[in-house]
Design a binder for this molecule. Structure first.
Ligand code: NAG
Ligand code: NAG
Ligand code: NAG
Ligand code: ZN
Length: 362
């Protein structure tokens, strides 16, 4: 790794499409659609949208409302953010990424209620959640950036928003299964939410149809949320999961089950999930215990960051060695939601990039 904190050949499993938009793109569509924004230069806009001192998860979630009206409901905007996302990840050296988003939060038609007060600005009725998924998929398919073989998407439910959307989301996962959509996710403010029966039903249906499952849990919420994600929602990975350490028995159980934790170092500080003193960071415990986890950006627009930010933190503040960076990325690839054949291919690419001989060639 030498002077730089990256490997060139990273695998990223936890990043939100709507939290990874270029500020230039927000400005462009805001202007084009006549939607007021809090700034008209990149600097001004970032001044409001991004931040670098911890806020609560609820305050963090409020940031999305500052720019999503400029993007949601616009066909060209949705295509462009998908395309630019893949391009950005390719530039960062990411060789495989799973990106998540809520189709409903990018739509303004056949979605009730219409998100982001779009009706205040525009006549509704342009873009349905189904078409959002279709557009995002299409732009992964362009032979640019990481290209279709290297990006997959996860359709997402939001706890904070409307449980009525849940079954529609799982139906979209089914419709676009094998067409880049690989999984379902659940996100929101764990402290003010409960698992609605609709969410449970959506996850049951996902399991029944072979759609993979991940859940944001134990980010700010207690270990009981992680237990629920595992026992009720049958999740295969945990988004964040830092607070598992508050329940040593659960932690030991998940270590022995090799549960994958999608960790996001910089995000974990800025959302108030973890103590800003990195010496006490849960990832240090995960590293020592050789847990199954990955390093991810989460929402690089809002955190004004890139994968390099998180790798730098890992290197400088979490004592990562090159060996651990490699181990973490290999575990990420193994925990990805790719079909077995493609997963093997990705792993062999990683071994090659890392100049490693797989110790377990199967
Ligand atoms: C965002 O990060 C860049 C460096 O990567 C820095 O120059 C800029 O000032 C930051 N902007 C804000 C608003 O924090
Ligand atoms: C996707 O692939 C799986 C496994 O090959 C198959 O069981 C499933 O029916 C496919 N789904 C669709 C919508 O084609
Ligand atoms: C992480 O999970 C994947 C998928 O189950 C598995 O292949 C891998 O060995 C696990 N890694 C660790 C360190 O437990
Ligand atoms: Zn997240």
């Amino acid at each position: 790794i030498g002077g730089r904190a990256r490997l060139f050949g990273e695998v990223e499993l936890h990043v939100h499409l709507d939290g990874a938009i270029k500020p230039e793109t927000i400005l462009y569509f805001g202007k084009k659609r006549g939607i007021p924004l809090l700034g008209d230069t990149v600097e001004d806009l970032l001044e409001h949208i991004s931040y670098s001192e911890p806020l609560t998860l609820t305050q963090f979630l409020e940031k999305f409302a500052l720019y999503m009206p400029a993007i949601a409901g616009d066909r060209d905007a949705v295509r462009r953010i998908a395309y630019e996302f893949v391009e950005m990840k390719a530039k960062e050296g990411v060789i495989y990424v799973e990106v998540r988003y809520s189709p409903h939060l990018l739509a303004n038609c056949k979605v009730h209620p219409i998100p982001w007060d779009q009706e205040d600005f525009l006549p509704a009725g342009r873009l349905t959640p189904d078409e959002v998924v279709h557009l995002v998929n299409q732009d992964y398919r362009m032979e640019k950036g990481i290209s279709t073989s290297k990006a997959r998407s996860i359709s997402m439910l939001h706890l904070l928003f409307f449980p009525g959307w849940s079954l529609e989301v799982v139906e979209l996962c089914k419709k676009y299964q094998n067409n880049t959509v690989v999984a379902i996710d659940l996100a929101g403010d764990e402290l003010v939410s409960e698992t609605f029966p609709e969410h449970r039903k959506a996850y049951e249906e996902a399991e029944r149809c072979g759609i993979h499952r991940t859940v944001h849990a134990g980010e700010v919420g207690p270990p009981s949320v992680i237990k629920e994600a595992i026992n009720v929602l049958k999740t295969e990975r945990i988004g964040h999961g830092y607070h598992v350490l508050k329940d040593p028995a659960l932690y030991r159980e998940l270590l022995s089950k090799k549960m994958h934790f999608e960790t996001c170092p910089w995000s974990s500080i800025l959302t108030g999930a973890c103590d800003p003193d990195f010496r006490k960071h849960p990832i240090i415990q995960f590293r020592k215990d050789k847990a199954n986890y990955s390093l991810n950006t989460d929402d690089p627009l809002i955190f004004n960051s890139s994968i390099e930010t998180d790798y730098k933190i890992a290197k400088q503040s979490l004592d990562f060695t090159e060996k651990e960076f490699k181990r973490v990325n290999i575990n990420a690839a193994q925990s990805s939601f790719l079909p077995e054949k493609e997963k093997k291919k990705l792993l062999s690419e990683l071994y090659e990039a890392y100049k490693m001989v797989p110790n377990n060639p199967s």
